[in-house]
Write a protein that binds this ligand. Structure first.
Ligand code: J2J
Length: 528
């Protein structure tokens, strides 16, 4: 594996191969096979009405791959990709897979404070963007990023490139197949620390992730999957998402944004059968479905995950949207838990599913480190990372000696093997499925001239699950919430990480070992 990655130990790798979890194929076979087996089938419907067959998409990916090679992108190079839900995103990813230059999947909401460290950590040689979306011109961001990261040699742009380079397109050239054990792409971790963490996913592991997910979710050639979440998110990309739909020979429809009017229209016109959302979106769709004139009857399955979906709304999905619910408790690090389509309704409504694979090993440890039915979830398996990229020190804490990943999630295991997420021990806020590493946000807050000390905690919220409260110890004057958010935006912090509330304290409550007690801070919010 690429230098800086932690491979699976040979005995486990051998087992995963021997038992067929790892197929020994490059990830792009999903598209190659589709183009060979059903070339005329629609693979991708873009947000501007483009409709590409498997053969067309395959040919476009080949041309873009040849173009990237001609532009000097080589096997092993890392390429940060930040694109909204557009057809060129899919072309770009498959092109880079074919070149063997792992894409690093950034989210459209990311800004300078996320993209610069990502480019640095991955030592990216290129950055691929779209010119703009409804709200933002990514070329302005590219200008800042290229100034800050001298190693970045290329910026490729879908749409109007301005002073940068248009997405490449060249006559196809023969390409060497990548090693299936090699890194195919990098996903971003939700994170808990001050610096971003990259998750290497290999061809073998991610191909299994997509195929097994497609199977467990019952996808077929009749499936029409709507990408409502950002396409670059693991959930929408491969669980089963875009890749799983290709594995089944179905059709992927890209929604430019997840608002009910846009999405409901697409469900009706494209006869969408499956889609995936985070809980706040599920709530919004359920509320709006009542008033909608659109015909949503094609929808068979709504996947909900990314944050806990409470049993009460979960129990109303069928009556409001007329489809089955599937709860998904997943992580970009690997392990995916799905409620099964034939599970009793009670389990679908009240649990977050059970592990996807028979080869997923799950341990639950109590606070003393003993095996228990309730406690922290640890896991290893054929599609769960063994180490973050170039993060030796952090890896010592995040993994056990025998390679189990410490998820930081608190779960309860039922006798059926289903998991109920009960909370977490990691220092992260989950704002409606979007993850905010506490330390990262605190570091940004500490840079404010009026802030002496900062601690961020999640505050319970009916719609979002949690929102962000920033506790501050100030130097003299108290900054207003507006001042704080304006300051953070000016630093290039993604909008979803902005505090929803600021509270000033004289000093922070401490734990017995002298650390800031987030528990005590949380209690202050509850008493409010
Ligand atoms: C509670 N917490 C959950 C759930 C994730 C599918 C679905 C989600 C993600 C994802 C994903 C949860 N209930 N149902 O990658 O493929 C929290 C946990 C977990 C963290 C992972 C997928 N589903 N979570 O959310 O990498 O804390 O992946 O460890 O963004 O989200 O976040 P992320």
């Amino acid at each position: 594996m690429l230098d800086g990655c932690t491979p699976w130990p040979p005995e486990l790798a051998g087992k995963y191969r021997a038992e067929g979890y790892w197929a020994g194929q490059p990830l792009d076979v999903l598209l190659r096979d589709g183009a060979r087996n059903h070339p005329a089938k629609t693979a991708l419907v873009g947000p501007t009405g483009t409709r590409w067959t498997y053969a067309e998409l395959d040919a476009r990916a080949d041309r873009a791959a040849a173009g990237f090679l001609a532009a000097g992108i080589a096997r092993g190079d890392r390429v940060v990709v930040q694109m909204p839900n557009i057809d060129d995103f899919v072309v770009t990813i498959f092109a880079l897979l074919r070149v063997g230059a792992p894409p690093v999947l950034a989210l459209p909401a990311h800004r300078e404070s996320e993209i610069v460290p990502l480019c640095e950590l991955s030592e990216a040689t290129a950055y691929v963007i779209a010119d703009s979306d409804d709200t933002f011109d990514y070329r302005t961001l590219a200008r800042t990023v290229t100034k800050a990261v001298p190693g970045l040699r290329h910026v490729f742009v879908s749409g109007d490139p301005a002073e940068f380079t248009a997405l490449p397109d060249a006559a196809p050239v023969p390409l060497d197949a990548p090693d299936p054990g090699e890194v195919a792409l990098f996903l971003l971790s939700g994170g808990t620390t001050g610096t971003p963490k990259l998750i290497p996913r290999t061809h073998d592991d991610y191909l299994y992730n997509a195929r097994a997910s497609a199977e467990v979710c019952g996808l077929t050639a009749e499936t029409v999957y709507l990408v409502a979440l950002p396409a670059a998110h693991n959930f929408a990309f491969a669980c089963p998402g875009i890749l799983g739909t290709f594995a089944a020979g179905g059709t992927v429809v890209l929604a430019p944004n997840p608002s009910p009017d846009v999405v409901f229209e697409l469900i009706e016109t494209e006869r969408v059968t499956v889609t995936a959302v985070v809980p706040p979106l599920a709530l919004l769709w359920m509320e709006n479905a009542e008033w909608s004139d659109n015909d949503l009857s094609s929808l068979e399955l709504l996947q909900v995950g990314g944050a806990k979906f409470s049993a009460e709304p979960a129990g109303r999905v069928r009556e409001t949207l007329g489809c089955q619910l599937q709860q998904v408790f997943g992580m970009a690090e690997g392990l995916l838990n799905y409620t099964r389509l034939d599970d009793p309704e009670e389990l679908i409504v009240t649990t977050q599913g059970k592990p996807l694979s028979p080869a997923d090993e799950v341990r639950v440890l109590d606070a003393d480190g003993n095996d228990a039915t309730e406690g922290e979830l640890l896991t290893r398996g054929p599609y769960t990372l063994r180490g973050y990229y170039r993060a030796d020190e952090h890896n010592k804490r995040a993994f056990t000696e025998d390679g189990f990943y410490r998820s930081g999630d608190l779960v309860r295991v039922l006798p059926t093997g289903h998991l109920v997420v009960e909370g977490r021990v990691k220092d992260q806020i989950n704002r409606g499925g979007e993850k905010i590493p506490a330390e990262e946000l605190e570091n940004h807050l500490l840079a404010h001239p009026l802030v002496h000390d900062a601690a961020v905690v999640g505050m319970a919220d009916e719609v979002m699950g949690e929102r962000i409260c920033a506790f501050l110890v100030v130097k003299g004057e108290t900054p207003a919430l507006r001042d704080v958010t304006t300051f953070l935006r000016a630093r290039g912090v993604a909008a979803y990480k902005l505090p929803d509330r600021v509270e000033v304290l004289e000093e922070f409550p401490l734990t017995t070992v002298g650390k800031v007690s987030k528990k005590a801070l949380g209690k202050l919010l509850e008493e409010d």
